[in-house]
Write a protein that binds this ligand. Structure first.
Ligand SMILES: Nc1ncnc2c1ncn2[C@@H]1O[C@H](COP(=O)(O)OP(=O)(O)O)[C@@H](O)[C@H]1O
Ligand SMILES: [Mg+2]
Length: 293
């Protein structure tokens, strides 16, 4: 196959890992920066140009689109879809999953368990939020944050009020969530490829921190999932239309709760801690999808 990896930086671990896995399986592969892709639309001709060159003759793309450039990245993915390339991440699923609330709305409407969550639209009526989640601490999240940035634990009413006011003034959309205390600084990342959990790790936050993100100093270890956790991860990915996904869950007293699903999950942590060649699994899936096209 002739593959394109869309990535801003060929030196990133995930990009390199996918590149090398594709090469090992004898594919021609090129890394291009989606932010430098020109999209040309004419009535009878659509294409993507990179460094002035038409991206003709490729079979599939593997998008690695960061949070800061979702919209531009999705436009490039859509254009490749239009000209008939298969993609490991559809533009539609990318857009749908980048907003935490949209993601949780879809999941919970399909019966996937999530923590109790409120989208803060009325920044004035703080009392309403207290009535809906009537215990502290509460979790306050920026709707489009990542790597644990913009996720706060709030211990009292006064702080919550002033944070909500600040977010409101900054016109930042936020969600409030019940704090799942018993997960005690741990969460599970289930890595799903084509309807199968190919690797999973338990992440533990560093001392004094409740966020278990590896970017916040959290540490991972390989973990066996329960059947229910595995099924939830597979279903969550399917409901969101993701073939490659990182599904994050908290282990609560009432079972697993999905907190977010990542459409461009990093490979470094999961490959390092589980020793699974996740990149190879992704390339194998791309091969299958291409055969079916
Ligand atoms: N409701 C919650 N209860 C307890 N811990 C949480 C909750 N939500 C998030 N966390 C912790 O904070 C981390 C970051 O939250 P998350 O929603 O995944 O945001 P991000 O997209 O920034 O990673 C999670 O990995 C988890 O350890
Ligand atoms: Mg997360």
């Amino acid at each position: 196959m002739r593959l394109l990896i869309l990535s801003r930086n060929g030196g990133l671990y995930s990009t390199r890992s996918l590149y090398l896995a594709a090469r090992r399986r004898n594919h021609f592969v090129r890394v291009i920066d989606h932010m430098l892709c020109d999209i040309v639309i004419e009535n009878d001709h659509h294409n993507v140009f990179y460094e002035g060159q038409a991206m003709d003759g490729y079979d599939a793309i593997i998008p690695r689109i960061g949070h800061t450039v979702t919209k531009q990245g999705a436009a490039v993915v859509l254009q490749f879809e239009t000209i008939g390339l298969s993609t490991s991440l559809s533009s539609e699923a990318l857009l749908r999953t980048r907003d935490k609330m949209t993601c949780l709305q879809i999941l919970s409407s399909k019966g996937i368990p999530i923590p109790k969550t409120i989208q803060v639209n009325n920044f004035i009526d703080v009392q309403f939020m207290h009535r809906k989640i009537d215990f502290f601490p509460k979790i306050l999240k920026l709707q489009s944050g990542t790597h644990g940035a913009g996720v706060l634990k709030v211990d009292d009413e006064k702080t919550l009020e002033s944070l909500i006011e600040t977010f409101g003034n900054l016109r930042q959309r936020a969600i409030i969530q019940e704090y799942v205390k018993e997960s005690s600084g741990q969460d599970i990342r289930a890595f799903v490829v084509d309807g199968e959990v190919v690797a999973s790790m338990l992440r533990t936050a560093q001392k004094g921190e409740f966020r278990s993100n590896l970017h916040r100093g959290g540490k991972g270890q390989s973990v066996m999932l329960s059947d229910r956790e595995r099924q939830i991860a597979i279903d969550a990915s399917r409901f969101l239309g993701l073939k490659v996904a990182g599904v994050d869950m908290l282990r609560s007293n009432r079972g697993p709760l999905v907190i977010e699903v990542n459409a461009s999950p990093g490979l470094e942590g999961i490959e390092t801690y589980t020793q699974v060649d996740v990149a190879k699994k992704i390339i194998q899936y791309v091969e299958r999808a291409n055969r079916q096209q």
